[in-house]
Design a protein around this ligand. Structure first.
Ligand code: HEC
Length: 138
């Protein structure tokens, strides 16, 4: 091997090393993804436009629970549910209804209604907060 070849090879090695370091540091800079499921208190405080009732209409709740939420053939009334829920629990329920199916009340619902309460984890938590606030005033 000539000296020139040695130089070329070592330059190449250094280049590859730098490239490797660059790729590694880039990866470490990426933001850490947020843990799903947990809701912080700050996220649930409300601050924007549409109110709870509007959101309920927009998200199709009335198509199952009835136009005035008085219940229908497919879903129970949502008129006096504050006896069952705290705000935080209700928000979590709307995000993942199946995790609350252990309550005997839900056994009755299941035998009475064919529909299944969908999970609304696609709705912003702030908006679910407004929906919960509205439901808890009825
Ligand atoms: C596809 C029909 C359907 C839609 C749409 C729907 N629900 Fe339901 N919901 C149900 C059924 C059925 C139940 C009864 C419980 C069960 O079967 O899981 C229920 C139960 C509930 C309960 C619990 C009632 C209780 O006694 O505690 C709440 C609260 C609720 N729904 C709120 C909502 C809200 C808010 C929306 C809109 C964002 C919505 N639902 C949309 C079918 C629906």
């Amino acid at each position: 091997m000539t000296n020139a070849q040695k130089w070329v090879i070592s330059a190449l090695c250094i280049f590859l090393l730098l490239l490797f370091i660059e790729i590694k540091t880039k990866k470490e800079e990426q933001p850490v993804p947020q843990m799903p499921g947990q809701i912080s208190q700050q996220q649930t405080t409300t601050s924007n436009d549409a109110d709870g009732l509007t959101l309920i209409n927009q998200n199709g709740c009335t198509s199952c629970h009835g136009s005035d939420l008085n219940g229908s053939a497919v879903a129970p009334a949502l008129t006096s549910i504050k006896q069952y829920w705290t705000r935080d629990k209700l928000i979590n329920y709307l995000r993942n209804p199946s995790s609350y199916s252990g309550d005997p009340r839900f056994d009755v619902y299941r035998s009475k209604y064919n529909a299944i309460m969908p999970a609304f984890n696609n709705i912003d938590v702030k908006e679910l907060g407004k929906i919960a606030d509205y439901l808890l005033t009825r």
